[in-house]
Design a protein around this ligand. Sequence first.
Ligand code: CMP
Length: 154
Amino acid sequence: MEQERTLVLIKPDGVQRGLIGEIITRFERKGLKPVGLKLLTLSKDKAEELYSPHVGKFFYDYLVQFMTSNPIVALAVEGNDAIELVRMINGATKPMESAPGSIRGDFSIDITHNVVHASDSPENAERELRVLFDDGEILEYQRIDEAVLYGPDL
Ligand code: CMP
């Protein structure tokens, strides 16, 4: 287990549908610590930077258009194995594969309008966090429940 930091985005459909609180609650309840949080409208430049690994794919242009169409929430979270945990909480990208109980399994029916995004690797987490957060916007702090969440080092 390793303490990791990763990026979650609540996409325009999640914000428009009033799911901000519901979604953040799921990460908090799991024990993940919010270390950065903002509501913003993504610029075209930043959306293109974020989704640069998908340049050339048939869905890329619409994805950029959709992600810049309305406000999103950017959330940086930290915790043991945060990258994989967040992906599990979000659920699979394809609607038929996202398990009930996951965010996408519970709230999405379409592969593009799928409520949340999360980084898929340590390299992408670092890159994507830099796209969404400036220096000083990610905070380091101890949460009072950490000793209970993790127990002693064995
Ligand atoms: P996200 O986690 O934001 O990362 C890339 C996004 O591309 C993904 O969620 C989907 O919304 C979108 N995407 C991936 N595959 C497809 C596809 N086959 N058709 C349309 N959109 C897709």
